[in-house]
Ligand binder design. Structure first.
Ligand SMILES: [Zn+2]
Length: 324
């Protein structure tokens, strides 16, 4: 169970760091208490893939047989509802582009979020429901973007990321919406001190910000660790001609659906604390779905006129799926 033990520390650290540091300094930011049972151990960080090597690059049939040997408990058990909040409306997604971003890279990720709702991919969310048995809509939209020019430096921490989100909501005049998901997207020179590129590729969490229970996530550009966070693009081309950005596309989808279905760590997860994207992590569908893009890179999903490679998502009854 080293997988679970390993992920226990960051949450522990996060909780206490917020209590000790964030409250006294920023009165409008306060920590959210740990889940009532106090022992929930969310797999909130998307771990780097441990054994997905670049040998499968370009070999479509090899990808399926070379699927990653993920450590930890089996991921095939039923995912269950634990009573927490889920938003059944259209989900507003906010992007905070942190650091140095080209307009081309931003448009790759903007386009994905603006159009993913029409593909059937996010409709997998509609297999989940809230406490009144109402299904999620499966609709998402990019509700706003904001550029942050290194407001807390090149190394973001569990503490300072709260301030990045708080600042963006204030400066961009976004609503503090408990039903939305706010992303901090780090450029390739931005680190997260909890272990970006060495331990994880992205994660989602929550805190009270501007008086609301805000769900937010960090996803960095993994150009420095493509082997771990964008395995099919290590030493290879990618459909939108930037392997780091194309790698982020899948990680953003991962953290987005988990923020939607388990934003407070008390809604949808299985007996091993795997959330809906964890259960299919690094599974791109093998030769059934992976095909050559226009530029020869590998991809699995047409989104408007763009092409992306995104991991499959756990459908509540149909298991790992690319579309509902
Ligand atoms: Zn996850």
């Amino acid at each position: 169970m080293s997988f679970q033990l390993f992920s226990r520390f960051p949450r522990f650290f996060h909780f206490f760091a917020c209590l000790l540091i964030a409250i006294p300094i920023f009165s409008y930011v306060s920590a959210v208490p740990a889940p009532a049972d106090g022992v929930r151990n969310p797999n909130n960080k998307l771990k780097i893939t441990p054994s997905f090597t670049s040998e499968s690059n370009g070999d479509v049939s090899g990808i399926q047989s070379g699927s990653p040997d993920l450590s930890g408990p089996p991921r095939t058990g039923k995912i269950k509802y634990h009573g927490g909040f889920v938003n059944t409306g259209t989900i507003d997604i906010y992007y905070i582009y942190y650091g140095s971003w080209s307009s081309a890279d931003r448009s790759t990720l903007d386009f994905l979020m603006n159009n993913i709702g029409s593909t059937g991919y996010t409709k997998i969310l509609a297999s989940y429901n809230d406490g009144n048995n109402k299904s999620l809509s499966g609709n998402v939209r990019l509700a706003g973007t904001f550029l942050d020019n290194y407001s807390v430096g090149k190394s973001i921490t569990d503490n300072t990321m709260v301030n990045v989100v708080s600042n963006a909501i204030k400066k961009a005049q976004w609503p503090a919406d408990p039903g939305a998901v706010y992303f901090i997207l780090g450029s390739s020179d931005v680190n997260h001190t909890s272990g970006f590129c060495s331990d994880f590729c992205g994660f989602h969490t929550f805190d009270t910000i501007h008086g609301a229970d805000i769900k937010y996530a960090f996803v960095g550009d993994p150009t420095k660790c493509l082997d771990g966070c964008a395995p099919l693009y290590a030493n290879s081309i990618s459909p939108n001609n930037n392997p780091g950005i194309d790698g982020m596309a899948s990680i953003i989808m991962h953290e987005m659906v988990e923020s939607i279905t388990d934003g407070d760590y008390d809604a949808w997860f299985d007996d091993f604390d795997y959330e809906m994207a964890d259960k299919c992590v690094w599974n791109f569908g093998g030769s059934t779905f992976i095909k050559p893009a226009r530029n020869g890179a590998l991809y699995n999903l047409d989104v408007g006129q763009n092409q992306y490679l995104v991991q499959l998502l756990w459908h509540r009854t149909k298991q790992c799926r690319l579309t509902a």
